[in-house]
Design a protein around this ligand. Structure first.
Ligand SMILES: C[S@@+](CC[C@H](N)C(=O)[O-])C[C@H]1O[C@@H](n2cnc3c(N)ncnc32)[C@H](O)[C@@H]1O
Length: 87
């Protein structure tokens, strides 16, 4: 992931708040690598869910990704990974 991708995502926060009727945003974008969530400041047992849409499949060290996911998720841990295959 690049900082530029995060900047583009942040540009659309106001658009989506207005479109879906929110007064404030409940979304935070964090720049980092999925296999190094600690470097991005993500603490132990701090999240309920992880959703990956075509991310985990791109990382060579999937064991490290899953170890990090296990570390940052709360007790009822849940990881959802979706990958599309191109034909
Ligand atoms: C196929 S795109 C999918 C993006 C988005 N989920 C979508 O469906 O449009 C894969 C994304 O994974 C990001 N990516 C690749 N390796 C990554 C890593 N190790 N950690 C975090 N993001 C990564 C890339 O920057 C890219 O944005």
């Amino acid at each position: 992931m690049t900082k530029g991708q995060v900047e583009v995502a942040e540009k659309y926060l106001d658009y989506h708040m207005e479109k879906y009727g929110f007064q404030s945003s409940n979304v935070t974008f964090i720049h980092g690598h999925i296999e190094k969530l600690g470097q991005a400041g993500i603490k132990n047992e701090s999240y309920d869910n992880i959703v990956s849409k075509c991310f985990i499949n791109l990382v060579p060290d999937k064991q490290q990704v899953l170890q990090e996911a296990y570390r940052v998720l709360k007790v009822r841990r849940r990881v959802r990974s979706i990958t599309f295959e191109h034909q």
